[in-house]
Ligand binder design. Structure first.
Ligand SMILES: [Zn+2]
Length: 97
């Protein structure tokens, strides 16, 4: 069996799509615009369970119950977290559970 250039491009695109789908499934999206916030951007959490990005937060009438910074996939793996105070203060919904 001999793979053609077209087959290799199709394989690369399929692998890229699978990687992006897996990455996007693991990140939280804004419930209004469905945009995935960028790393370092803040996402705002509301009592109803919805989340809003920086851009959509100004359109909300109620104040958010909390917010957190969006981290990249390497967060928690590339550095050894000794002081957990910052991580605990950014996840108010996990403290209640
Ligand atoms: Zn948004």
């Amino acid at each position: 069996m001999h793979a053609t250039t077209s087959d290799m491009i199709d394989l690369e695109l399929a692998l890229l799509k699978r990687g992006l789908d897996g990455l996007s499934a693991s990140c939280q999206r804004c419930d209004r615009c469905h945009r995935a916030p960028l790393v370092g951007e803040r996402i705002y959490l509301y009592d109803s369970g919805s989340a809003r990005c920086e851009l959509c937060r100004v359109r909300e009438r109620t104040a958010p119950s909390g917010s957190r910074t969006v981290h990249g996939p390497e967060f928690g793996h590339s550095l050894r977290m000794i002081d957990q105070r910052a991580a605990l203060s950014q996840a108010p919904d996990q403290r209640a559970a």
